[in-house]
Design a protein around this ligand. Sequence first.
Ligand SMILES: Nc1nc2c(ncn2[C@@H]2O[C@H](COP(=O)(O)OP(=O)(O)OP(=O)(O)O)[C@@H](O)[C@H]2O)c(=O)[nH]1
Length: 439
Amino acid sequence: LVGVVANQRLAQKFGDLVLQDASRAFREDVVAYIGQYGSWQAAIAQESFRAFVTRTRGLDGRSPGVPGTPPPPRMDRSASGPPAGAMPPPGRQRPPFRFLLVDPAGVALTKSSPYEVGDAVAQEDRRKSLPIVVKGETVAYMVPRGEVIYSDMDRGYIAAVRDALLFGCIAAALLAIGLGLFLGTRLSSSLRTLSNVIEQTQKGALGLHAAVRSNDEVGALARAFNQMSSELAHSHEKLRASHAQIEAQAAAMHELSVRDSLTHLHNRRHFDEQAGELCAKSRRSERPLAVMIGDIDHFKQINDRFSHAVGDAVLRQVGEVLRQNTRATDLVARYGGEEFVIAFADTSLDQAAMLCDKLRTAIAAHAWHEVHPDLRVTISIGVAALRRDDKLDKVLGLADDLLYLAKASGRNQVRAEVLDAAALTDETPVAEEAGNARL
Ligand SMILES: Nc1nc2c(ncn2[C@@H]2O[C@H](COP(=O)(O)OP(=O)(O)OP(=O)(O)O)[C@@H](O)[C@H]2O)c(=O)[nH]1
């Protein structure tokens, strides 16, 4: 498109130059002609314009613009020739235009189809006329007629310029295509890199950076993304740390809520929850489960005789003995006051009774003299086993009854259930059942 427009402009400009050149020559001839004879009419009476031009310019009688003279081909106007617009040496050039000469009143002074000398020239044709001034007075108007006719040299010039233009256009188009392809490929590669990184970030990979180093819009986009990615990773790391801290705090709080603050054994609420689940599990799997309740003997006296602080120390150390002498799968808790409970998972009544006796012995043999030289501590224990359809309350109640039996039988002993629990009723004094218990 640029080539077509430039070509048209070139042809137009060239035509304008040719017209200017021819106009100048024609005007000079008319001015000289009228200047010599005073007026056109006086001049024409003396000598024809063509004869004048032939004489003065040395042309072959077919003067530029002379009516009826076909425009001959133009000759070379190279740098060695006359200045542009001036007439060339005789025989070398004929301007390609013919001119109609019109007097100031609009009457044709020369013949030029469709006008004869003396015809009134149409307003439309006169619109293109150029004034011819002699001694400050407009003596006539010249109207260019016909189309520009180029010389071989002109055509050569135009063809050369057109070729150069075509070459320039093709080269520019090829350059534009090449540059477009290069930039397009570079752009799409940068965008692909960036979109890959964004996709991976979307899938959860944090802290990724897009390796786009260009300084264009994509480079700016990549730098903004990298910045955002770093900030996101940093925020995520902070969030993760804070989440871990909250989780640790929640775990610590949960631990506090399920622990007894004095002995650090589990508390009663936690025991009830967990032992309830153990019971359900045991029933489902038909595996044995035993529960013991232990109560420190004459603990009130310990408090009263040795102080409350010694009483607390006794509770702590009894708890420690229980912890050290049980398995991780046993659920050990302080049930309240000086009372302790243990749920023995996967343990028969006989095994539990033996374990409890071991605990009883360990507590009695503990180095209580280190707390106070006169201190002696023993524990009484009741043990019961879970039976089909029993719930935790039932088995705990039975163990408690057996504990009461152990206390009643002289303390520092273990009582394990051997009879159907139905035999132990509220009305039946437990001590009377002592003979039905063993250990
Ligand atoms: N030091 C201390 N004493 C406690 C704590 N909890 C309960 N006690 C005391 O434990 C004592 C329990 O006394 P009792 O229920 O009469 O039983 P006992 O003196 O152990 O007598 P028997 O169980 O019959 O051997 C009470 O005096 C309570 O005040 C505690 O956390 N620390």
